[in-house]
Design a protein around this ligand. Structure first.
Ligand SMILES: Cc1ncc(COP(=O)(O)O)c(C=O)c1O
Length: 360
């Protein structure tokens, strides 16, 4: 029996979501964030699908960028963590990659290297996230040094990252934008602040370049699951099927540790997906799945290769019936909320065992 678990990815939907990101901020250019294998959707397939429309791509690390260059992608690619050491810097220049410079040591490497050609630099400023970036009061001097360097291609971009963009009323976001604006005041540079949450809620953060990731894949980072705002649609549907069905008498338990106990006589369907596929092991009883399009709550702990769901209240369920774990009719964020995590983790955590099938 072939295992019927798969992630179906609609590339047209990703193209449409990219167009929505552009419409939401008509004066900004949009760099498509495709790090972490395009949030589990397949970096190369997504990049190829967007190559005709996207202005640029962003990855986290140089290896992700080089894979795309090796596959023939010629558009601008930004390495958002920048590079570590002169050898990687030379490789970035040779492969025409744009790089974030977020620290004094990266700045010094750039000043000291002998490169085949200048690189496009995005200078990162730490406006309050306290993860990467130089201090806001060091930006003016760093920009001067970059302007003096033969290794830096222009225009220069100054960027920052928001810590709480998923909260539309965040004071933190206001403070970060103010700190950013003070740091670039009177500097003739391009600017970049907004990720998905900020694109959707904070027009003040829309600058020369916006950097959406999660929304390209059709999801939103808000704590409440909001139905398809602005027409965004999830691009991935994670599917499997029922592989066993049994009646479980009242008071009997189901699965590892006997976590779920039948209150009355129950019908339990076993579905071919587990934590080794990336389905969250911490999913609680009641986490929704869709069996034949009807909600069936998780009943019992997630196993490595299987889950068990309660189909007692559903119309007759048979072996081979389709099950959706997340997708356009069941938000990944709902599953994440029931599992103590965020949809980002579920999408990026889908493992290689799950075949990706692309609709074009
Ligand atoms: C620097 C940076 N910019 C943009 C993004 C995209 O964020 P989102 O997926 O929330 O749009 C990320 C993602 O973590 C990031 O680290």
């Amino acid at each position: 029996m072939t295992r019927k678990c798969e992630a179906v990815i609609d590339l047209d939907v990703i193209r449409a979501n990219y167009a929505i990101a552009c419409d939401l901020a008509p004066n900004s250019r949009v760099i498509a964030v495709i790090k972490a294998d395009a949030y589990g959707h397949g970096a190369l397939e997504v990049t190829r699908a967007l190559e005709g429309s996207a202005q640029a791509f962003a990855v986290a690390i140089i290896d992700e960028a080089l894979e795309l260059r090796d596959a023939g992608i010629t558009k601008m690619i930004l390495v958002m963590e920048g590079v570590d050491g002169i050898a990687d810097l030379e490789s970035a220049a040779k492969n025409n990659l744009a790089i974030v410079v977020h620290s004094e040591s990266q700045l010094q490497d750039l000043e000291q290297a002998t490169l085949s050609n200048p690189v496009n630099v995005w200078l990162k400023v730490d406006t309050g996230m306290h993860r990467l970036g130089i201090n806001p009061d060091a930006v003016e001097d760093a920009v001067k040094r970059l302007r003096a360097s033969k290794n830096c291609e222009f225009p220069l971009v100054v960027c920052t990252h928001l810590a709480s963009s998923e909260d539309p009323d965040s004071e933190m976001t206001k403070k970060q934008i103010d700190a950013f604006d003070r740091s670039v005041h009177n500097l003739d540079v391009l600017e970049s602040i907004a990720n998905s949450g900020a694109i959707l809620t904070t027009a003040k953060s829309h600058r020369d370049w916006n950097r959406p990731g999660y929304l390209l894949y059709g999801n939103t980072p808000f704590s409440e699951v909001i139905e398809s705002p602005n027409g965004l649609k999830p691009a991935m549907t994670l599917k499997s099927e029922v592989i066993a069905i049994r009646e479980v008498p009242a008071t009997e338990s189901v699965g590892y540790g006997g976590r779920w106990t039948a209150v009355g006589k129950s019908i339990i369907a076993t579905v071919a997906i587990g934590y080794a596929d990336g389905y969250p092991r911490h999913a609680t009883d009641g986490t929704p799945t869709l069996v034949n399009g009807q909600i069936a709550p998780l009943a019992g702990a997630v196993s490595m290769d299987m889950i068990t769901v309660d189909v007692t209240e559903l119309d007759e369920v048979k072996i081979g019936d389709p099950v959706i774990l997340w997708g356009s009719d069941l938000s990944v964020d709902l599953v994440a909320a029931a599992s103590g995590t965020i949809g980002y983790e579920l999408l990026t955590g889908l493992t290689a065992r799950v075949p990706r099938r692309y609709l074009k």
